[in-house]
Write a protein that binds this ligand. Structure first.
Ligand code: AMP
Ligand code: MG
Length: 403
């Protein structure tokens, strides 16, 4: 059986081959969070466009502003002021953060290091050439490419696009991800379930995970555990860029997802992974479309999405598959697990830096959504590990959206 790393690698290899989005769309910069860029963004001018003061103080010739020197202040420059006059030797000009340093001046002295008496400014420390301003063009040259196709747009990238005047961005269309739950016991979330029925929480968590991964969820509801219903809804799902099913992939008599997919001539790249929860996870291709069959227990569905579906959504968006957000922390409470599979245990991590401490939560297994809602991460117990002692270092898979 594949390890989770091998299974992830299969997903990346298979989808990587036909990597790239279906098409592009124009998106306003303020709406483009989480999209993948499909154009270059270049600067429209130099950055900064002038020598920009980074402190409130006085623009000077560094050679004039020696410790104890007194210079005459000849005026002031605010952010946004047009600066035409040069600085004269043996004088200074009051200047504000963000304002243009007058030509000739080669330093800005912080106001905190001066004393003012009328027009006279006394300098308490010697100025150093180049201090407290950012030289014109030092952040970026005019016409320089700053953002490239394939980059994911976060708030900093959006700010940069906005700064250089890219009000609209050509972005990769978000992949459309069909979500189909399965199970005779599943009822819509807005209904009152019978005693032995279960509300369809997986479609809700999957849609949220698809959005976080940068895809567009297409909700197809629920298929009954019957071949006819499954195959017609799977066919519908295969019209989208990617199909994700939940449930019906274990060994039960009514777990028909794999059977139906096989009858539809699907090929499979894996149909089990050495993990818990999530062991029966399935990944294959049906016609031209990739399909995931995730186990239906809610925590299994969530974990297997993070491990296997998230990189698929990245690749179908035209971006690189993001690495799993795994960090190290010290274990707060010893734990024991059966070897042979990698365990992902819902856990809480607290603290910072070298003091990060993580403790697995008590839970009732992969159906326990209440436990997961208390968790902010998973402790990753490696395949061959049986016991981890308190204080030992462990790997922790973070819940991405809570970072
Ligand atoms: P399965 O993988 O179909 O054997 O389902 C495993 C467990 O997950 C069963 O207890 C199901 O009731 C539960 N389950 C399956 N699908 C969903 C769903 N869409 N929402 C919530 N729970 C589900
Ligand atoms: Mg089922």
């Amino acid at each position: 059986m594949l390890t989770y790393e091998q299974a992830r690698q299969r997903v990346i290899e298979q989808i990587g081959e036909k990597k790239g989005p279906r098409g592009t769309e124009q998106v306003r910069v303020g709406e483009a969070l989480g999209y993948v860029l499909a154009q270059e963004v270049k600067t429209d001018r130099e950055y900064p466009p002038f020598n920009r003061a980074t402190r409130d103080g006085y623009a000077v010739f560094a050679a004039d502003a020696k410790a104890g020197a007194t210079l005459k202040c000849t005026g002031e420059i605010k952010a946004g002021d047009r600066v035409t006059k040069e600085l004269w030797a043996e004088t200074c000009v009051q200047i504000m953060t963000g304002a243009a340093v007058p030509s000739g001046a080669d330093a800005v002295v912080m106001i905190e290091h001066t004393k003012r008496d009328g027009d006279e400014v006394r300098f308490e420390r010697a100025a150093a050439t180049g201090q407290n301003f950012v030289p014109r063009g030092s952040e970026a040259r005019a016409g320089q490419t700053l953002l490239t196709p394939g980059m994911r747009l976060g708030y900093a990238e959006l700010a940069l696009a906005a700064q250089v005047g890219a009000a609209e961005l050509k972005c990769a269309q978000k992949p459309r991800v069909a979500i189909l739950s399965t199970g005779d016991e599943i009822v819509p979330v807005d209904s009152i379930p019978g005693r032995f029925q279960i509300r369809n929480s997986n479609s809700v968590s999957l849609a949220a995970q698809v959005r976080l991964a940068g895809g567009r969820p297409v909700l197809l509801g629920n298929a009954m555990d019957r071949e006819d219903d499954l195959s017609s809804k799977i066919r519908r799902g295969l019209q989208e860029d990617l199909l994700v099913l939940s449930g019906g992939v274990s060994m039960g008599k009514y777990d028909l997802v794999e059977k139906v997919l096989r009858e539809m001539k699907a090929e499979f790249y894996f149909d089990a992974v050495a993990i818990r929860p999530g062991k029966p996870a399935v990944f294959g291709k049906c016609g031209e479309k990739f399909v995931f069959g995730l186990p239906g227990n809610p925590v299994s569905t969530m974990v297997t999405f993070e491990l296997f579906v998230a990189p698929a959504v990245d690749l179908l968006s035209g971006a690189e598959a993001r690495a799993l957000p795994i960090v190290e922390a010290r274990l707060g409470e010893a734990l024991e697990e059966k070897p042979g599979v990698t365990h992902f245990l819902p856990a809480r991590m607290e603290g910072q830096g070298a003091n990060l401490e993580v403790t697995a939560l008590k839970w009732q297994g992969s159906g326990d959504v209440a436990a997961l809602a208390k968790a902010n991460c998973f402790v990753v117990v490696p395949v061959e590990t049986e016991k981890i002692e308190t204080g030992e270092k462990v790997s922790v898979l973070l819940r991405r959206e809570l970072l």
